[in-house]
Ligand binder design. Structure first.
Ligand code: ZN
Length: 264
């Protein structure tokens, strides 16, 4: 995700965003991100509502995939979509997989291409457990909406290849722009490759290490925003994420939610 401090690509992106010219835009992005239902200047990825599906593009050999950003669950009104971003990571992905297994939950993993390439065993484990794959680009550049089409294409299609190769041929079914920095071009390109653009409704804020209790509280209070919930299995110590999932998944079940995948 975008506005996380910390290490690696996140740290570099944050450093860039703190520059004088970008500071105002970054602040407004953050505000809108935190209040997705209010709609003003809402980044595409975090919108609580998606418009009616456009005429989709044909996936290779498959049914048309809409270019609109998906938020809904294939399990309907009481469905929720657990989405896990930025991995795979050798320390945390196995732990997240264990919590999901213990709760009988299938999730969607938005993988960074280089991470997938470095850990093909983990990509295969995700697929073998019945989860779905999502393309989260090669470099996790949250300013991709400011970049050339050639750059966007390279980021999306190279990651698609890396993930598909690592999985042993299972293709990502979604594309999530880092930080929600979608463009009409990137949505069209992803859809034409059978990857539905994927947003989110609830940012658990787990990336910021707010404490397990705070992550759980955020999900409980914001689940009314919509069904797609964002967690992370990489980019730092994710022990709070793992602990929060252990609480949140049974709670969601008690509330009558069932776990599904984002619509395609
Ligand atoms: Zn991310």
């Amino acid at each position: 995700m975008s506005r996380h401090g910390g290490r690696g690509w996140h740290g570099r992106v944050l450093a860039a965003a703190v520059g004088v010219t970008a500071a105002a835009a970054a602040t407004s992005m953050w505000t809108a991100q935190a209040n997705p239902v209010e709609g003003q200047h809402t980044p595409a990825g975090s919108s609580a509502h998606s418009s009616a599906p456009n005429a989709g593009s044909k996936a290779p050999g498959g049914k048309p995939v809409s270019v609109d950003i998906a938020h809904a669950s294939d399990r309907g009104a009481r469905g929720v979509n657990i989405t896990i971003d930025d991995g795979p990571d050798p320390t945390w992905t196995p732990e997240v997989l264990q919590v999901l297994r213990d709760n009988g939950v299938k999730a969607t993993f938005c993988m960074v291409g280089t991470q997938a390439q470095a850990h093909p065993d983990l990509v295969k484990a995700v697929v073998a457990a019945g989860h779905r794959l999502c393309d989260h680009t090669v470099s996790h550049d949250t300013t991709m909406d400011k970049k050339s089409q050639a750059y966007q294409s390279q980021q999306i299609l190279d990651a698609e290849r890396m993930i598909t190769q690592a999985s042993g041929g299972v293709r990502p079914q979604y594309y999530r722009a880092p930080g929600g920095a979608f463009t009409p071009y990137s949505r069209q390109l992803a859809a034409s490759h059978g990857m539905r653009p994927l947003g989110w409704n609830v940012d658990s804020k787990d990336f910021e290490h707010p404490g397990t209790g705070a992550i759980v509280a955020t999900v409980k209070s914001e689940i009314s925003n919509g069904p797609t919930i964002l967690f992370h299995d990489a980019g730092g110590d994710r022990s709070q994420t793992v602990a929060a999932l252990r609480e949140v998944l049974p709670w969601l079940k008690q509330q009558g939610y069932s776990f599904g995948f984002p619509v395609r």
